[in-house]
Design a protein around this ligand. Sequence first.
Ligand code: FE2
Ligand code: FE2
Length: 387
Amino acid sequence: MQFQKRSVNPRAAELNRVVERAVNGWVRARDRFAGKIGLGGRAADYDDEAYEFVGGARDSLRKKHYDKSLRLLWKAEQALPWTSFRDANDAEKKLTDAAIGNLSPAEKAARARITSQEFRDLLDREYTLAEKKALVGVLSAIGHGEAYAWLVSASMLAEVKSTGARAAVTMQVVEEAKHFVVLRELIQAFNVEIPRLSVWEYMLLEGCLKAKGLNRFFGMNVLVETIALSIFGLLSDKPGLEVLRLFHLDESRHTALPDNYFKEFPLSAWQSKSPTSRLTRLRMALPAVPLVLLLEPELAELGTDVFEFAGSVLRKAVHLAERGGFYLPLPGKPMLAGFNAIFNAYCFATRENHTFRDYMAADTTHGEAEAAVEREIFGQAPPVAAE
Ligand SMILES: [Fe+2]
Ligand SMILES: [Fe+2]
């Protein structure tokens, strides 16, 4: 490359350099001092000398979350062609067309015809009004949760250290945004009234958003995401809801994020084990129990025992919490046994001919692919088939 060189006054250039160095020294020293005495300082948690965010590169976090998210990135236009989303690029559309080429003529025609109205007709054919209401009751609980997941993950961007962790959380923000807008359109297609947040879910989600520091990881990525993962795992094999498999896969990555982050930046002993931290987390988690119980009629309409669902959620959430170092007032085993005793007492009081059951061993995730994804996350707490 040939550049037309221009002449520069060397004294002016040197003067500019000297002035910059002097002002830089003063501005950086002022911000360091202000930061030390808690009066502000540099706003960005960014180290421009190292060309990294504070905390370093942490490429393993980037690879496990950012790279994997992009590899598994799915588009609503491909998964739900009847929706208003136009997010697939030309190459992806060509791929879809090639896949369609392998379909039978009847399948091809069915796919080409499917419009929003036809999808609504499919839902009407497959489900009674009571079943549609039950599905919307359960799905909207997590639909509202996606709005908070979006807000909480965005707030975590200012909380995590390192370039790798920020890249990982950024992908979660993008995925939660997609979950919120896509799930909203899917739920609206059922054409039944969409319930507001129950007060228990309101308390749970507000508690996550207001939590201090890394406790937001506990509230959102451990608790709420486990409930979401369990709902998607329960419903993804139902007609018209196959897209929930993709949500399930994304949420499984989100539940693994705290543990992967703490491998790089472990919680302090105080954050992990102090009585105050344990109690704060228990307080955050408690609304989840009446929240799940409130879903009993909807889950019953869909053929699921609420206590099997709750037991499966609790077992997974407690496993994730302990693995990440988010200790609760009691160790996992006795705490799960306590909840199991409470659930059985409730069933003895409200159900005829109830016999004692270990609800904590139940699993309500359907579908082999979903079960395999969960086995990978929950490791030593593999799902035990209840049916
Ligand atoms: Fe989500
Ligand atoms: Fe999520």
